[in-house]
Design a protein around this ligand. Structure first.
Ligand SMILES: *Cc1c(COP(=O)(O)O)cnc(C)c1O
Length: 334
């Protein structure tokens, strides 16, 4: 079966690069949502915990359950708010506060300009009052940047807004509230970090979508994707291959079928503009549900060793490539 190799050394290298930016490993919250961006939730949780990471971020409580013993705190981005000593829950709307279980730990997400989730600036006082009335513990206040990965002043404008939010939390009398706003792009471009936590996802998996003009840390891809040979055959000049016969052999050649397809979350792409593997082999003809053909006789091929390079070929971003990969693909730590 096709499988994923996880390079532990590269993962730890990336975590170190982030720690250099935050000044401490304790300030890193690793984002493990969506099966750790396709790398494996429990596996990456375990490796991160062995490295010394104390905080994690996921989307749902069910994900948090799988890594519960590994971290001191787990922030859940979008699920029903319950009272739990280890979990804190994101407040995205005033409604969330009204429905929350008494005594629950919450982190207030404030909309400073992205306009997706979070409490509006003019709802802050109402949110503070509701949190008190509901008997919730405000343990964090957070925001998310809409263009941390772009060369523009918007990032600084949002940061300014968030500075004001921090002041208002203090003025309202809340204490011991952790503040965090940085995702990978934001922490990679930041020169002086002064918050309590970063929420890093893509960066620890080895990618930065920042333009080259930012002078930033060198990250290393954690995942590489392999496929195994199913069969080998000779193709004579003029014979056509795969669905629709999209590929025509220009000369006699030897090809093999490998066990990776769009059923595994690999991209189907476009056979007229075939994907070229990290070993330089173009995919021949259409991608099937569970297989591809390559001009190779090797038992095992590395289809992708860098999701960002693959993403460029498919016209997307590294996030989508790794996250799309099926959770059932076996993982091997090297
Ligand atoms: C996914 C997510 C992150 C991580 O973003 P990266 O760009 O992968 O570092 C941070 N914060 C929130 C709220 C998120 O949803």
């Amino acid at each position: 079966m096709a499988f994923i190799k996880i390079n532990k050394q590269n993962f730890y290298h990336n975590l170190n690069q982030i720690a250099l930016k935050t000044g401490s490993v304790e300030k890193i919250a690793i984002v493990l949502k969506d099966n750790a961006y396709g790398h494996g939730l429990e596996l990456m949780g375990k490796l991160a915990s062995e490295f010394g990471i104390k905080h994690a971020v996921v989307r749902k409580t069910a994900e948090a359950e799988q890594i519960r013993s590994l971290f001191e705190t787990i922030l859940i981005l979008g699920d029903s708010i319950i009272n739990d000593e280890k979990y804190s829950f994101t407040i995205n709307t005033l409604e969330d506060i009204k429905k929350a279980q008494k005594g629950a730990k919450v982190e207030l997400k404030v909309d400073t300009g992205m306009h997706r989730n979070g409490i509006a600036l003019d709802e802050l006082d109402e949110a503070f009052a509701l949190i008190e009335a509901q008997g919730l513990h405000l343990v964090g206040v957070m925001t998310h940047y809409r263009s941390a990965d772009e060369l523009s002043s918007e990032f600084f404008w949002q940061q300014k807004q968030f500075e004001r939010v921090k002041e208002r939390v203090k003025e309202a009398g809340f204490r011991n509230v952790r503040v965090h706003s940085h995702n990978s792009a934001a922490i990679l471009r930041t020169k002086s970090f002064d918050e309590d936590l970063v929420r890093v996802g893509i960066g620890v998996y080895g990618y930065s979508e920042l333009p080259d003009s930012f002078d930033e840390a060198v990250l290393r891809p954690v995942m590489s994707l392999y496929a195994k040979k199913i069969s080998t055959r000779a193709l004579s000049a003029g014979e056509r291959l795969g669905y629709g016969g999209d590929y025509t052999a220009a000369e006699d050649m030897t090809i093999s079928t490998y066990d990776l397809g769009y059923g595994d979350g690999w991209f189907r792409g476009e056979s007229r503009q075939p994907y070229v593997t990290s070993e330089g082999l173009p995919v021949l003809g259409r991608v099937s549900m569970d297989s591809i053909s390559l001009e190779s006789e090797k038992d095992e091929v590395c289809v992708m060793s860098d999701a960002q390079t693959a993403a460029k070929q498919f016209g997307t971003i590294s996030y989508e490539i790794t996250t799309a990969l099926s959770a059932t693909l076996p993982k091997e730590v090297i």
